[in-house]
Design a protein around this ligand. Structure first.
Ligand SMILES: [Zn+2]
Length: 116
């Protein structure tokens, strides 16, 4: 598992929770989540650790040998605890991993744009 952890994008902030290898589809699913306990509100910058909910994003990542890689990223939503802030709930930002609403990791997008 430790080798796999080092191959994750932004391995300082992502933890590998599980992985599934599908030999027939030559695909590996990596179930990952962010380590950071405290995140800052993107509007007022107030730190918070009050989790609202979680959801999953599927991101294509760079292939390993013949296997395609999908990151099953467990993203958290947080409450902003600043009563003066207009944002009540926000999604954690993983700016070193992917862009908001993207379907790929940043490093896969960069690699594809170099090839293209
Ligand atoms: Zn806020």
């Amino acid at each position: 598992m430790s080798v796999l952890t080092h191959l994750l994008p932004d391995s300082s902030n992502l933890i590998l929770e599980n992985c599934q290898l599908d030999k027939i589809k030559t695909q590996i699913n990596l179930i990952v989540s962010a380590i950071s306990r405290v995140v800052n509100c993107p509007v007022c910058n107030q730190p918070t650790q009050k989790i609202h909910s979680r959801y999953e994003r599927l991101l294509a990542d760079l292939p390993w040998a013949d296997y395609s890689i999908t990151l099953q990223l467990r993203v958290r939503k947080f409450f902003c605890i600043n009563s003066l802030c207009k944002r009540r709930i926000f999604t954690e930002r993983l700016t070193n991993v992917t862009a908001p609403r993207a379907r790929k990791t940043l490093r896969l997008a960069q690699r594809l744009s170099v090839i293209g």
